[in-house]
Design a protein around this ligand. Structure first.
Ligand code: ZN
Length: 81
């Protein structure tokens, strides 16, 4: 069984996964996976760490993307929270 502890891609703090938001790479986009259902490589972060993660390009690194990733879908999701 997978460990429930994940670390945030920005601040690296380790948390139970329920405290973090999972995101996955979908083509050239980063999309939210709040229910932890999407297959594939995911990354975890605090909702409050999003802005800084975007600024620092943490998503591309965490999701092993060589292309710049669009975070629009994720931003829309966070705005609705
Ligand atoms: Zn964080």
């Amino acid at each position: 069984m997978a460990t429930p502890i994940r670390s945030c891609i920005l601040c690296r703090k380790r948390e139970n996964w329920t405290e973090l938001l999972r995101v996955v790479k979908d083509g050239d986009r980063v999309i939210p996976d709040p229910l932890n259902l999407q297959p594939g490589r995911g990354a975890w972060l605090h909702r409050k760490c999003f802005d800084a993660a975007k600024e620092r390009g943490s998503f591309g690194r965490a999701l092993r993307s060589t292309e710049p990733l669009s975070t629009e879908a994720l931003e829309d999701f966070l705005e609705q929270q």
